[in-house]
Design a protein around this ligand. Structure first.
Ligand code: 16G
Ligand code: ZN
Length: 519
């Protein structure tokens, strides 16, 4: 690193001394400042997208950790020099770099973007472009598009989503007397960034009967609202009430990378039927399977379809997907693991139960589709190819995206002429329970088999097994959280009582082995 470059970094780093007593960690999907709560408005954090538009490459995470925790500017320069040498990154302006910045609606956003700009301007050859307030998936989409030489503005994003949605609607087979109306959708936007973006889409799409709530104009981010709240608490969010009973509702999270659906069950209660990420995955898988069966003959090329879940997927969903003849595989929790696995297939469909997920298509499959669209004479097949092609454009190829996921769900429901209940009844979720236990050191828990088996501390897995076999359809696993200082417990069984009992007894085991009084 030359002198000029060194002094530029030293100067900018001197304005941002690390906060005392805080150890920052990149965690599952980014730096988070206060990891004890789930994403309150005062929390802040930083996510980094790779040049591919995907999550930060995993082997860069230790570097991200080390520079975030560098005690002083000189150590920072040293760490950068070492890393650049190791990764063959030309410094001193040897290569140009463009960095896109974006933020959500948190008050800390402007300050963080400003800090990032100062850091970037201290690297010779690096140029920052501020894309303003965007959803997390929008920024990932833009990075991917730019690096593929495609149109990459926010307007391009909205155009691509709305055009491909419209295309799917136009391709719905017309049955006489059936206008495919499936009624209104109400969306809870978690008082986050999704509200204003969904409003833009709504204005572009006459085919979408949507009412937008919790846009952040009044309520507080993630307080009694949003996909995380709805999925974990299994209750309706703020601003939803008796007049919404039975209506199709959806919830985004604060940065709009998670999506779940729900309906309110009865008057006077906040109880809901949750339609979670597993069901969204199932809907997508069914539609794709249908279209592929129209498009391809048995004796010709068959794209490899893979469905990727985590251990949190409800057992009933896995069983259903297996019955459809689909290949289902499991990875540890966190989009980066699911996404990487999905890339191994021609069509990789991944979802976490909590609503993070998307569908990835291989280049090979994309050229197969193009070929079909230009040569296929059969109208049915031609249409199936067009539909699949529209899906590849609608669904975000960089990362899970609640807005594009929502449009795909809506298009498929309209295509099938399905109500939300019909969709929800594809299979019936097994009762499940999630608990967390505060432990002295969560890193003492080491798991394997996509987090379903505990290797360390020894003996704990045997204790969990002994409890689990007592319950019909029992399944239970524990794992250290990647975002909070706790060990999480997930249990499933044929009844809610049994499930709760199993979860509670395993929580006791975890506390005995790892709790504060365990040593
Ligand atoms: C992060 C992950 C999410 C995962 C969650 C688990 C991304 C974009 N986000 O929010 O996928 O479900 O962590 O949290 O990867 P936990 O480790 O605390 O259970
Ligand atoms: Zn999110």
């Amino acid at each position: 690193m030359n002198k000029q470059q060194q002094s530029m970094i030293l100067e900018s780093a001197s304005h941002f001394p690390p906060p005392k007593g805080t150890k920052l960690s990149y965690g599952t999907a980014g730096f988070r400042a206060d990891a004890t709560s789930h994403n309150k408005v005062e929390d802040n954090g930083v996510k980094v997208a790779d040049p591919s538009g995907g999550m930060l490459t995993q082997n860069w995470e230790p570097f991200a950790d080390s520079i975030a925790n560098a005690p002083d500017p000189h150590t920072l320069v040293q760490l950068i020099t070492e890393f650049a040498t190791k990764e063959n990154i030309p410094l001193d302006g040897g290569k140009k770099a463009a960095i896109l910045l974006g933020r959500d609606t948190r008050p800390s956003g402007e300050f963080l973007v400003e800090a990032a700009k100062q850091g970037i301007s201290s690297i010779i050859g690096a140029v920052a472009t501020d894309r303003g307030v965007v959803t997390t998936p929008q920024l990932h989409w833009m990075v991917r598009a730019i690096n593929k030489g495609l149109k990459a503005s926010e307007l391009d994003y909205f155009d691509q989503l709305s055009c491909s949605f419209r295309c799917l609607i136009d391709l719905i087979p017309k049955k006489s007397g059936d206008n495919h109306s499936i009624g209104k959708l109400i969306v809870d936007c978690s008082n986050g960034v999704g509200g204003e973006k969904l409003q833009v889409l709504k204005e572009k799409l006459n085919w979408l009967d949507v009412e937008i709530r919790n846009t952040g104009k009044e309520g507080i981010l993630n307080e009694g609202v949003g996909a995380d709240y709805v999925q974990k608490e299994k209750v309706a969010p703020q601003a939803f009430g008796p007049s919404d009973v039975g209506i199709r509702c959806a919830s985004l999270d604060g940065d709009a990378d998670r999506l779940v659906y729900f309906t309110i069950i009865s008057n006077g209660s906040k109880k809901i039927n949750l339609v979670d990420g597993d069901k969204i995955l199932t809907l997508f898988a069914l539609f794709i399977q249908d279209q592929l069966s129209i498009l391809t003959d048995k004796n010709e090329y068959q794209p490899r379809v893979g469905v990727i879940q985590t251990a949190y997927a409800n057992g009933a969903s896995t069983k259903y997907l297996n019955q459809l003849g689909l290949e289902v595989v499991f990875t540890p929790t966190g989009v980066k693991y699911l996404h990487t696995k999905a890339e191994e297939y021609d069509i990789g469909i991944y979802f976490e139960a909590n609503g993070h997920g998307t569908i990835l298509f291989s280049d090979h499959f994309l050229s197969f589709l193009e070929g079909k669209m230009s040569t296929e004479k059969d109208v049915e097949k031609q249409n199936a190819a067009k539909r699949l092609c529209a899906v590849t454009k609608l669904i975000n190829q960089a990362v899970g995206d609640a807005l594009s996921g929502l449009l795909l769900v809506e298009a498929i429901l309209q295509h099938m002429g399905w109500s939300v209940n019909k969709w929800n009844e594809l299979y019936c979720d097994l009762p499940s329970r999630q608990l967390k236990v505060k432990v002295a050191d969560r890193t003492a828990v080491v798991t394997t088999n996509a987090e379903t088996t505990v290797e360390k501390p020894p003996g704990i897995q045997e204790a969990i097994n002994a409890l689990t076999v007592k319950y019909p359809q029992g399944r239970c696993f524990v794992r250290p959280s990647g975002t909070e200082d706790v060990v999480r417990i997930y249990a499933e069984a044929d009844t809610q009582e049994g499930t709760d009992e199993l979860a509670n007894s395993v929580a006791k085991v975890v506390d005995q082995f790892l709790g504060f009084n365990s040593s």
